[in-house]
Design a protein around this ligand. Structure first.
Ligand SMILES: [Zn+2]
Ligand SMILES: [Zn+2]
Length: 353
């Protein structure tokens, strides 16, 4: 066991109380304790809707009732600053993107490649483990993907969670996405925008974009959606049925998952269709007769695998996925979070430590 701690102090955005604004505090630099530890000097960290859910206390139970305070931030990119003695594939200074989960590699889900279902995982910025809204964050060799020299950290940070989650969801529906399929994307924020790009590049299907914001509809159209229309009073159901010739969408990808959206999503799906859910917070009310009679499938999506992140980075380097970003300093973390909660961030907010 090695133990390296320079005793340095760093600045970090801490959640101290649920329901209260986050605060910037000075905390000790993370120490290398395990042989596979990698301490990363953070270059950029994406701000996610899940951060709002954590602050609001909605994630408490789902993340094992973490003790407070801890540092938020689970979309992290940076350079290797220190490493354990067992780390063989990374040099100091290498640029890396962090998979949101530090998985064990030993359990059966890990051996299946399903890092997000690891039974011994830690999730920096999510479950009480300190995250990347800080100058330094600790990861493990297993959880980081090495980037090409000179990669723009701000552009890729949102891919660490938003991107990998969408890629994972898109990969799951691929076998069902035929050239004449209609795929509706509900919610055209950062995740929906990534979805439109991935669907455009990975399928030959017809892509429908639905959102309440005209501006986001315009962006989705530019990114390759074949039809876009506002959600309006009925969540876009009528318009979706019109576009699909009344048969309904073959696949609906829901990046909202709250309020009336699950109900309208289910109303626009055709027979044999798939409801793929990424956004969360609401409820799905579905009669078993409708599920069976229409032979529907409902898919949940949780983050993505390590391999998904590797694939996504290849697509990024091929120029096939890009998301608009706006940068904020660590001190402005609260501003970024409140702008996100008011729907004022067009693509992704990214913190620069
Ligand atoms: Zn997230
Ligand atoms: Zn595991």
């Amino acid at each position: 066991m090695v133990y390296i701690n320079t005793g340095a102090i760093l600045r970090a955005v801490r959640l101290e109380d649920y329901g209260k604004n986050v605060v910037v505090r000075e905390v000790p630099e993370p120490a290398v304790e395990r042989n596979d530890d990698v301490v990363v000097k953070v270059q950029a960290a994406g701000v996610c809707r899940t951060d709002l859910h954590i602050i609001g206390g909605m994630m408490k139970e789902a993340t094992g009732n973490p003790g407070l305070p801890f540092t938020l931030g689970h979309e992290n990119v940076g350079t290797v600053h220190a490493r354990g003695s067992g780390v063989s594939g990374l040099e100091l200074g290498d640029q890396v993107i962090l998979h949101p989960q530090i998985s064990c590699g030993i359990c059966l889900p890990c051996r299946n490649g399903d890092d997000m279902h690891c039974v011994h995982s830690r999730s920096p910025g999510l479950d009480g483990t300190d995250g990347g809204f800080a100058e330094y964050v600790k990861a493990s060799e297993r959880s980081v993907v090495k980037l090409k020299k000179g990669t723009d950290p701000v552009e890729v940070a949102p891919l660490a969670d938003a991107g990998v989650t969408v890629y994972h969801a898109v990969r799951k529906i691929l076998p069902y996405a035929r050239p004449d399929s209609y795929i509706a994307v509900i919610g055209l924020g950062a995740l929906g925008q990534i979805a439109v790009q991935l669907l455009k590049n990975m399928t030959n299907s017809n892509i429908i974009g639905i959102d309440k914001s005209e501006q986001k509809l315009g962006m989705a159209e530019k990114l390759g959606a074949n039809w876009v229309f506002p959600s309006g009073d009925d969540g876009g159901v009528k318009e979706a049925l019109k576009v699909t010739g009344a048969k309904g969408a073959d696949i609906v990808m829901d990046f909202v998952g709250e309020n009336n959206t699950p109900a309208s999503a289910l109303s626009m799906i055709g027979r044999g269709g798939i409801y793929s859910v990424v956004g969360y917070g609401g409820e799905i009310n579905l009669k078993t007769l409708q599920l069976v009679g229409m032979e529907l499938s409902v898919l949940g999506n949780l983050v993505g695998t390590y391999r998904d992140l590797v694939d996504l980075m290849s697509l990024y380097y091929q120029g096939k996925v890009k998301i608009e970003t706006r940068t904020f300093s660590l001190d402005d973390a609260s501003t970024a979070l409140s702008e996100l909660s008011r729907g004022e961030i067009r693509g992704r907010a990214v913190l620069l430590p």
